[in-house]
Write a protein that binds this ligand. Structure first.
Ligand SMILES: *[C@@H]1O[C@H](CO)[C@@H](O)[C@H](O)[C@H]1NC(C)=O
Ligand SMILES: *[C@@H]1O[C@H](CO)[C@@H](O)[C@H](O)[C@H]1NC(C)=O
Ligand SMILES: *[C@@H]1O[C@H](CO)[C@@H](O)[C@H](O)[C@H]1NC(C)=O
Ligand SMILES: *[C@@H]1O[C@H](CO)[C@@H](O)[C@H](O)[C@H]1NC(C)=O
Length: 296
């Protein structure tokens, strides 16, 4: 009996005393599915209070896990292209989805076209990207769809690629918003966003991947807090998606940046991102680890 009382108190306390995290309609899911742990998918949409408004999956069509989740707006992506590509598969797919009633308002262009395949980039030359954009992205404007410019990497070569692309477009590409990626410190992030906004003052910015890889737990959480607060208050930034939505043991940006523990529970950052309270799951500090272990 005594045992049960203690256990009940221990589980109730965090729920009643821990503060929830600020939410924002800008917040979305950069969906990185895992074949090994497909059951993790539901956590993003079924966690009570979870308030993500949009998602993308690097593909043209929605993920089966979210096809019934009407409050999560799907944003198709034209990931990459090569010389040997035939026809207009991306355009055809998006048009078919719209014809079937899907409320598609936005699509995004190439994923890190200035980056190599080894780092997840689509490695598309600027002139090829310009031609493919005109063929498969521009026609969607007639359907009222807004177009996201190619999402280049955060390096100087990213800006150079974008300039080359606009030159190759020769006035024939009309992006409506500018997706941005960033990996590095908070100061670097804030400064990069400042440069982007200055260079493209007429385009709303979407931060579609960002993080500070390989930091300790406190460093990762401090970076998360500071950058989310910045994104929430900056009017030029209308959408953002944190990287990442995966387990700490498969994270390629360090275990402390992950939103799930190696057992698929929300980490503090994962819970905060969904507007919840700290979970104390998966911390590397001794007593937090012990408490997490106790709950299992
Ligand atoms: C969640 O989002 C909806 C729609 O944007 C909003 O009405 C609601 O207040 C939000 N909930 C929280 C807890 O912020
Ligand atoms: C979505 O809803 C349909 C129809 O109710 C159902 O057959 C399907 O299994 C659902 N998909 C998921 C992922 O829940
Ligand atoms: C970005 O912010 C500046 C300063 O507030 C504003 O003048 C500009 O219109 C904004 N641009 C967009 C695309 O929201
Ligand atoms: C991050 O924000 C949460 C919620 O406000 C707070 O509990 C935590 O101490 C913050 N951590 C850091 C390192 O700023």
């Amino acid at each position: 009996m005594l045992y049960i009382t203690i256990a009940a108190t221990a589980t109730l306390l965090p729920l009643t005393t821990a503060a929830t995290y600020p939410t924002s309609p800008k917040r979305g899911l950069c969906y990185v599915p895992s074949d090994k742990t497909p059951n993790d998918d539901t956590i993003w949409t079924t966690t009570p209070g979870s308030n993500l408004t949009w998602y993308y999956n690097y593909k043209s069509s929605p993920s089966p896990a979210f096809t019934n989740t009407t409050h999560l707006q799907f944003v198709p992506m034209f990931w990459g292209t090569s010389d040997s590509d035939q026809g207009t598969p991306f355009l055809d797919s998006v048009k078919a989805q719209i014809a079937a009633g899907a409320p598609i308002r936005y699509v995004m262009g190439f994923n890190e076209p200035d980056g190599t395949h080894a780092t997840g980039g689509s490695n598309v030359p600027a002139d090829l990207a310009a031609a493919a954009w005109k063929k498969q992205m521009e026609p969607l404007r007639e359907l009222g769809v807004m177009l996201g410019a190619p999402a280049v990497t955060g390096g100087a070569e990213g800006f150079a690629w974008l300039e080359n692309w606009l030159r190759a477009c020769d006035g024939g590409c009309h992006p409506d918003f500018l997706p941005v990626h960033w990996y590095g410190s908070f100061e670097g992030f804030a400064s990069h966003l400042g440069q982007v906004v200055e260079a493209f003052p007429h385009l709303p910015v979407w931060v579609t991947e960002w993080g500070f890889a390989g930091q300790g737990l406190v460093g990762s959480q401090g970076f998360f807090n500071e950058s989310v607060a910045l994104l929430d208050r900056w009017g030029n930034i209308t959408h953002y998606a944190y990287f990442g939505a995966f387990r700490s043991d498969v994270s390629n940006v360090g275990p402390n940046a992950a939103m799930l523990t190696e057992h698929g529970k929300l980490t503090d950052i994962g819970s905060w991102y969904l507007g919840g309270a700290a979970t104390n799951n998966g911390g590397s500090v001794g007593w937090i680890w012990f408490v997490g272990w106790w709950y299992w």
